[in-house]
Write a protein that binds this ligand. Structure first.
Ligand code: SF4
Length: 356
């Protein structure tokens, strides 16, 4: 299919929805020129975000012990992954890690708790710690705590929570292939409830789980329809012991195409290179900053990621800037430039760590 890249960028900037046929071609047409595609996505990204890159840091505040059976997750009840399981961290520990994230230059501190959803007691605790992070640390917050109802959302919002994350993860059609203990509808309802309460929402996808291109495009359009302003695109990190364990579904080129499709379908969204970017995008991470304007640093839920120095260096080398340049006193000369091959923080699809 012939794609007019300038026209594609202009349509996105004019607020016109791109045709499904074009979105699918971006993902699968062998004649797509990747550099032109990334440049066109970059034009859209530059218009809304300039050269800024928003850095997010995840803190896993509760790990494992989950009654759900998500096939991609090292914390589920069906995984054999060897992970360090713990109940919700103490308030002081969460607060300390919020300070550390801010000191590393993170724009947002994302707290992730395993489980189907928080109890009333856990919600109270979360609300209390969010209030303290706002008052004492002064960093934007995001919470990912599973399925949350309207009452809980209200309580968290009143405490000062900025954003609630709950990923769609995959299309409605593909969801039963990856989880049986909750539905696509359950996930969608949580996002809609947060949105209805006036809370900023974050929801995205995990690719590399056996989905088709139609599934990917479905998720991109569903997030557009729900007006989700923040979209993480995660690339499956296969973890030994998980039901979903496949290294062969993604290539750097495919990951870049997916990010570009998301940018054109959701032109104004904060689009994040999520978990697994290091191992799956590899050398194309710099180019991925054209469609994406945000990324995570220092690891994901149960796997490690690139250290902050390396990420800052990659951003600067590619000609971009972090969102908080003014606040962060970062000396790039201290970055360990030559430790790439042996760096255990880089996920190699062939030797990915077992256990997140
Ligand atoms: S993704 Fe969340 S709900 Fe699913 S198994 Fe993992 S911790 Fe539980």
């Amino acid at each position: 299919m012939f794609i007019d890249y300038d026209k594609l960028a202009q349509s996105a900037l004019d607020g016109q929805e791109i045709d499904r046929e074009v979105a699918l071609a971006i993902l699968e047409d062998p004649d797509v020129d990747l550099l032109h595609l990334a440049a066109a996505a970059g034009k859209v990204r530059m218009t809304y975000f300039g050269k800024k890159v928003m850095i997010h840091q995840i803190n896993n505040i509760q790990n494992g012990l989950c009654p759900e059976d998500c096939g991609y997750c090292g914390q589920s009840k069906v995984t054999d992954a060897k992970i360090n399981k713990y109940p919700m961290k103490s308030e002081e520990d969460i607060l300390k890690e919020a300070y550390e994230a801010k000191a590393r230059g993170a724009y947002r501190y994302c707290m992730v708790a395993s489980g189907r959803g928080p109890s009333e007691r856990a919600t109270e605790k979360l609300a209390h710690v969010i209030r303290r992070i706002n008052d004492e640390v002064g960093i934007k917050t995001c919470l990912s705590a599973g399925i949350v109802n309207e009452e809980q959302i209200k309580e968290l919002k009143e405490a000062g929570l900025n954003r609630l994350n709950h990923n769609l993860n995959t299309s409605e059609r593909h969801t039963p292939s990856i989880v049986s203990t909750h539905t696509y509808e359950d996930r969608k309802n949580t996002i809609m409830a947060a949105s209805k309460a006036g809370l900023d929402t974050c929801s995205g996808i995990i690719v590399g789980m056996g989905e088709t291109n139609d599934d990917i495009v479905d998720v991109a359009y569903a997030l557009k329809e729900m007006k989700v302003p923040s979209i993480p695109v995660n690339f499956l990190i296969p973890i030994k012991g998980n039901p979903l364990y496949d290294f062969n579904q993604l290539t750097p080129e495919r990951c870049l195409r997916i990010l570009c499709a998301f940018r054109f379908i959701n032109p104004k969204a904060e689009l994040r290179m999520g978990g697994g970017r290091e191992g799956h995008l590899r050398g194309l991470q710099s180019l991925a900053l054209y469609p994406a304007n945000s990324l995570f640093v220092e690891g994901y839920l149960v796997t490690r990621g690139d250290k902050v120095d390396k990420v800052y260096q990659m951003i600067h080398d590619a000609g971009f800037e972090t969102d908080n340049e003014g606040e962060f006193d970062h000396d790039l000369s201290s970055a360990d430039k030559f430790a790439i091959d042996d760096d255990p923080n880089i996920m190699n699809p062939k030797t990915a760590p077992s256990g997140q």
